[in-house]
Design a protein around this ligand. Structure first.
Ligand SMILES: [Fe+2]
Ligand SMILES: [Fe+2]
Length: 165
């Protein structure tokens, strides 16, 4: 069986991908052609939405089971929707491009930074290594068709969609 690793490694790898995609939108390396920028925006949207939904289904559902952490999980999920709304706005119209892009960067980077520090620390102190690995398998399963973006993989049917703490 291929090991999916632990949930924290997977999320960090995806965050690195998201930061790279965001930088490519902010500073396109392939010139200013509008078509390329459109493609980058759509790539970022696809990566962000698939990450957010799987993270909510696996990581934040588990966090809601940690005593007194339901509100934190809900706040982070609301941040996902806010960030996605800013990105949708960017895709819909180039008006106020610089301001909207700065807002997107601010929201995405702030959210990810907080996840990787305080939120991960809370989860790490609440779950076992085994649970983290089970969560990783569930995350991989949730990602489904989006997986080719990453190197993690697992046997089909080997994961469960719910991690019980
Ligand atoms: Fe998130
Ligand atoms: Fe995340």
């Amino acid at each position: 069986m291929t090991n999916a690793g632990d949930i924290f490694e997977i999320l960090k790898a995806e965050h690195a991908d998201l930061r790279r995609l965001l930088e490519e939108v902010i500073e396109p390396t392939e010139g200013p052609a509008a078509g390329i920028l459109d493609a980058k925006l759509l790539e970022l949207r696809s990566a962000l939405i698939s990450h957010d939904r799987a993270e909510e289904a696996v990581f934040y559902e588990a966090l809601k089971n940690v005593p007194n952490r339901t509100e934190l999980a809900e706040t982070k999920e609301e941040e996902h929707h806010m960030t996605e709304a800013i990105l949708e706005d960017l895709i819909a119209s180039r008006e106020d491009w610089d301001a909207k892009l700065a807002l997107l960067k601010n929201h995405m980077e702030g959210h990810i930074a907080e996840e990787e520090t305080s939120v991960f620390a809370i989860m790490q102190s609440s779950i076992s290594t085994e649970q983290s690995e089970q969560m990783a398998r569930s995350f991989v399963q949730q990602k489904g068709a989006f997986l080719p973006m990453h190197s993690v993989s697992d046997q089909p049917g080997d994961a469960t969609s719910t991690v019980v703490l």
